[in-house]
Structures are given as C-alpha cells and as structure tokens.
Design a protein around this ligand. Sequence first.
Ligand code: DGP
Length: 112
Amino acid sequence: MDCIFCKIIKGEIPSARVFENDKVYAFRDINPQAPVHVLIVPKTHVPSADAIAARNSDLVAAIFEAIPEIAKSEGLTNGYRIITNCGEDGCQTVKHLHFHLLGGKRLSEEMV
Ligand code: DGP
C-alpha cells in the first residue's frame, strides 16, 4: 500500500519520533502549526476517523491513552488541542488516521 505514514511507521521514511508502543507511533509534523505539533497514528493502517469501528477502536483507545504521556513529555502543562481531519471537507491530506497534538502556545479560538 502506498501510504506515507505506513512507510514512516516501518522506518522507510525518516521521522522525528516522540513516542512508540505496540499499537501507536507519534512523530513531529513536518509542517508545524504550533510550537508543539505531534502526529499520533495507529501502527495498523486505518484510513480515517470514518473507518473507526468495534474491530479497530482499541487502536483509538491506545492513542488516547498515550496522549497524556506524550503531552507531559512535550511539556504541555497548560493544555493542548487534539484534531483529526476526516475526508475531503475535513481537509484530510494523508489517508492514514492521525491525530494532531497541538500546543505550546495559546491556540486560535476560531475553529473550535
Ligand atoms: P492532514 O491535513 O490532517 O491530513 O495532516 C497531515 C499532516 O501530515 C500535515 O500536517 C503534514 C504532515 N505530513 C505529511 N507528510 C509528512 C511526512 O512525510 N513527515 C511528517 N513528519 N509529517 C508529514
């Protein structure tokens, strides 16, 4: 499968890793939108939030269990934002489920 995030997870494309366990991989976004901008992905390919179901929701649970640990290691003691873009109207560009962890400054209130 020609998925850039699958290649990053396999180490075929380099990335700045910040966290990893058996189900989850997290790395710095190549185009950061905030002082801290980490992408958190399941190691198993899931196309988007629209493909989450009972068969794979353990991966989402594992991601959200990892988030406080990643936020702490990134020094996000004053809060942060988690975003997942889904599909065309959601402006998802990489078709592998990922959660943006953004923080390190006061974020815009314009979207959510
Ligand atoms: P989205 O628009 O939600 O699909 O966000 C995809 C993000 O992935 C975007 O913020 C840029 C990031 N990205 C794309 N290609 C690469 C890459 O090769 N390496 C890294 N670290 N990030 C990437």
